[in-house]
Write a protein that binds this ligand. Structure first.
Ligand SMILES: Cc1ncc(COP(=O)(O)O)c(C=O)c1O
Length: 350
């Protein structure tokens, strides 16, 4: 830290992303990326012409991309805003709606607490119930902007959309932000509720179910007024936030419904098989609707299991909190990768 850093920033505890080693032969199950390549339509979208277009600034409205998203979700184009990953969209939401207070669970996406601190949002952190579910009554205060990942991370547990509707009804004067980064692997999306609730903001990403984590693309969907608020932040921060190649590949991915559906189904199938295999080995596995499992090995502590796997070239994520310590979060890879994880785990148990 230099002596020039603003004192308020010196106190920040930044988010710690999962490791991104570039080693060959590694089975990388630590950051919830897709094990499958982007859609063939994405590859076709990178043409000589699109590369030559990099000479110009990108389209500040991301016309083609937001049209594709709006059509896919049955919304008007001005109900959609694209961002540099859903991280950027969520950070806009903290800036736009967080000043009077935010509420989120204690065990959830770690970035919420970081943004609350960065933007000076008073935060009420709500402990998850004993079984890691979201205690809904604690979010019925109608006092703070609510941030909920659904399915939650790292637990993978999903709320049904009727539960989110209950929160929206109980908080008519607050924005409810539903982070649906993992919704496409079998949970219920609340996008259909947008028409009825002006206070609902849904955030999704291309990083997980559309195989584009490296392109950095996420989007918000909501009432025109809420999207307009986010746009104020974007135009006060970085108008060209989504580069032109990412806009093109995002549009191509959004329009390839068949490939998207096939990959999501494969991952959900592999998740269920892996969960069954781990349960058979005595693991405590939470019921996941996401592209990862939160699982406690029981035969050793979570951190120890994570390190033992790493020595054998398998990366998973461990969160060293009081209630998360026994668990690891395992991204769902290909079936062959998950078979290898189970094989290595059996070896560790003998
Ligand atoms: C719950 C949740 N929300 C948002 C994100 C951010 O995703 P991205 O910025 O890649 O869209 C992540 C990333 O892991 C996440 O787990």
């Amino acid at each position: 830290m230099s002596r020039f850093l603003s004192p308020r920033r010196a106190a920040l505890i930044p988010y710690t992303p999962g490791e991104q080693p570039r080693m060959s032969g590694l089975i990388k199950l630590n950051t919830n990326e897709s094990p499958y390549p982007p859609s063939p339509r994405v590859v076709e979208a990178i043409t000589q012409e699109s590369l030559a277009g990099l000479r110009l600034y990108s389209d500040i409205q991301a016309e083609g991309l937001t049209r594709a998203i709006a059509e896919r979700y049955g919304l008007e184009q001005d109900q959609v805003l694209a961002g540099n990953g859903s991280d950027e969209i969520l950070s806009f939401a903290f800036q736009a709606f967080g000043e009077r207070g935010v509420a989120f669970p204690d065990i959830t996406y770690g970035f919420y607490a970081v943004w609350a601190a960065l933007y000076g949002c008073p935060a009420r952190v709500v402990p998850l119930a004993e079984d890691f579910t979201v205690p809904l009554p604690a979010f019925m205060s109608n006092r703070e902007t609510i941030f909920l990942a659904n399915p939650n991370a790292p637990t993978g547990i999903a709320l049904p959309s009727e539960a989110v509707r209950g929160l929206l009804d109980a908080n008519p004067d607050q924005v409810v932000v539903v982070d649906e980064a993992y919704v496409d692997f079998g949970a219920q999306s609340v996008v259909p509720l947008i028409r009825a609730y002006e206070n609902l903001l849904v955030v999704q990403t291309f990083s997980k179910s559309r195989q584009l984590a490296g392109a950095r693309l996420g989007f918000a969907m909501g009432s025109k007024a809420l999207i307009d608020d986010l746009r104020r932040i974007k135009f006060s921060f970085n108008p060209y936030n989504v580069n032109s190649l990412t806009q093109r590949v995002g549009e191509a991915a959004m329009r390839d419904e068949a490939y998207f559906a096939k990959c999501c189904a494969l991952i959900a199938e592999t998740r269920e098989r892996t969960a069954a295999a781990l349960r058979a080995l005595g693991f405590d596995v939470l019921p996941s609707r996401a592209n990862f499992l939160f699982a406690a090995p029981r035969f050793m502590e979570g951190g120890e299991y994570m390190r033992a796997l790493k020595e054998r070239n398998i990366l998973v994520r461990h969160f060293d909190g009081k209630r998360t310590r026994d668990y690891v979060r395992i991204t769902i890879g290909t079936q062959a990768q998950m078979d290898e994880l189970v094989r290595v785990t059996k070896e560790l148990m003998t």
